[in-house]
Design a protein around this ligand. Structure first.
Ligand code: 13P
Ligand code: SF4
Length: 359
């Protein structure tokens, strides 16, 4: 639906009044009505870097979800306020790994005698507390655009991919599995799933001793919905179609697709595609619709047959953005995301390790 013209005008006026004092970041899954006001758009990796490179802005308005705003707070200076327009914009995947559950899993790995050869790596889509855990235990953060490099780095610190060290990968089992198998050449049977509700994560001590990748039992509620059936149906309906999906999709979906990559990768692929080519895209619907609108000379299909927005990304809407910007103009700072100093310091170690990885 078209944005309310009154709200569009109010957002524009408030943003203009704030000038360089405000910098608005927009994740690719945000609504059109919000994206039109973003100073930069990006995937979670690009936005983390962009936030870190804006020392001049007093207010960073993060149109994305809570864990992204936390990372921005960690990467910016203390006198910059990071603002999340709706505090209820969380992430169901990040919620699947609580810090107490992770501490408990680590204690069990210590007891099993494998923790000293295990490197914890967390996907950006996790709380600051879990990033801090990785900072404390010689681990790192990764995103969907650098997961392979990050995993190689992690294995290198415990003897290499060909050795017998392990990675505890949180919270997205699919990104972990897809990267380990398709990127690093590990086998599916090198991977075990750790279910935090079960003793030893639901594994035998032998299975833990043999595993190379310990995959936290988490997933994305949006990407986890795509099925291989969706791929097969589109291929039948549109002969010659290219299927491109996000690595948060299941291994079965990813292996039946032609291309896999982060949101930035997907956008670049469609931008570079020849006119007349057909694409079936397995990622969030706001982005797929925008790509379809931007490329009328290409056939852009959504991989699913039902609506597949990220409900928490969608909580950030124009009324929330207007409220935040007008509050800033009026001199109050609403919805500030503040990560405590100790968590910041430890999480920053894990984030800096990621930012230092080769591109
Ligand atoms: P990227 O932004 O890293 O592609 O991740 C997608 C996602 O699910 C963000 O929440
Ligand atoms: Fe979380 Fe998935 Fe939504 Fe991204 S798309 S914020 S991973 S639920």
């Amino acid at each position: 639906a078209a944005s309310d013209p009154g709200l569009v005008e109010r957002a524009r006026a408030a943003k203009e009044a704030l000038g360089d004092r405000v910098f608005i970041l927009g994740h690719h899954y945000q609504r059109d009505e919000v994206i039109q006001f973003a100073d930069v758009t990006g995937d979670s990796f690009k936005l983390a870097r962009d936030a870190a490179n804006r020392p001049g802005a007093e207010f960073i308005v993060f149109c994305g979800v809570h864990f992204m705003a936390e990372s921005a707070d960690i990467l910016t200076s203390d006198n910059q306020a990071v603002i999340l327009p709706d505090m209820a914009a969380g992430c169901s995947m990040a919620d699947m790994a609580g810090i107490n559950q992770v501490e408990d899993a680590w204690a069990q790995l210590e007891e099993a005698g494998v923790a000293s050869r295990t490197v914890p790596v967390t996907y950006m889509n996790s709380t600051a507390a879990i990033k801090a855990f990785c900072g404390r235990h010689e681990g790192a953060v990764c995103t969907s655009s650098n997961a392979e490099v990050a995993l190689r780095w992690a294995f290198d610190t415990v003897g290499g991919v060909a050795g017998d060290g392990k990675v505890l990968f949180m919270p997205d089992q699919h990104l972990g599995r897809n990267t380990a198998v398709l990127g690093l050449g590990l086998g599916l049977d090198d991977c075990i799933v750790w279910d935090p509700r079960k003793p030893l994560g639901g594994n035998t001590p032998e299975a833990i001793a043999a595993a190379r990748m310990i995959l936290w039992k988490g997933h994305c509620s949006v990407h986890g919905r795509f099925r291989k059936d969706n791929v097969d149906t589109l291929r039948e309906q549109v002969p010659g179609i290219n299927i491109i999906v996000h690595p948060e999709c299941t291994h079965e979906v990813v292996t039946s697709a032609d291309f896999v990559g982060s949101t930035e990768y997907i956008i670049a692929a469609i931008d570079a595609a020849e006119p007349g080519t057909a694409w079936g895209i397995g990622t969030e619907l706001n982005l797929v619709r925008r790509l379809a609108d931007a490329h009328p000379d290409k056939q852009v299909h959504f991989l699913e047959d039902t609506v597949c927005f990220c409900s928490t990304m969608n909580r950030i809407d124009l009324p929330h953005l207007v409220w935040v910007l007008e509050s800033l103009v009026a001199g109050t700072v609403p919805n500030r995301i503040v990560v405590d100093a100790v968590t910041q310091e430890q999480a920053r170690i894990a984030l800096d390790r990621m930012l230092a990885l080769p591109a």
